[in-house]
Design a binder for this molecule. Structure first.
Ligand code: NI
Length: 134
């Protein structure tokens, strides 16, 4: 591994925690994060930024509360979807998925959500993948 090359498969091999994104790269003040997900996240919005979802494997359903009503966007492998700033959304994966997020580095996974954080979710701006050089 070159010191400036990050391999996605190597990062995925060093963690199993769900809904707890690891930082793959930072680009200026943005970050590319990768997460293993299963089950329901919480409804939340990001007031100051859009959020890009890229699906690597599995299926992710993103429920959205847009001005014209609630919809669910189903995403599969290699699908890319942008949730605009301010739009409430709730990601869910019944059978599990691996997803990449692209967003400002300080974006909190739970956004403006203020309720209790369920045990299977970590409220974080991204964790360092620290083992095996990650
Ligand atoms: Ni979000």
């Amino acid at each position: 591994m070159s010191s400036n090359v990050t391999n996605i498969d190597d990062v995925l091999a060093v963690f199993d925690q769900l809904w707890a994104p690891r930082i793959l790269a930072t680009v200026n003040d943005w970050a590319v994060k990768i997460a293993k997900v299963r089950g329901d996240h919480v409804w939340h919005a990001h007031a100051d930024t859009d959020e890009v979802f890229i699906i690597l494997s599995g299926e992710l359903d993103i429920a959205r509360r847009d001005p014209d009503g609630e919809t669910v966007v189903r995403l599969g492998p290699r699908d890319v979807h942008v949730v605009p700033r301010g739009v409430e959304h709730r990601p869910r994966s019944a059978d599990g998925a691996v997803i990449i997020l692209v967003e400002p580095a300080d974006t909190l996974t739970t956004g403006d959500y203020t309720g209790p954080i369920p045990d299977h979710i970590t409220a974080t701006t991204g964790l360092i993948a620290s083992r095996a050089g990650y």
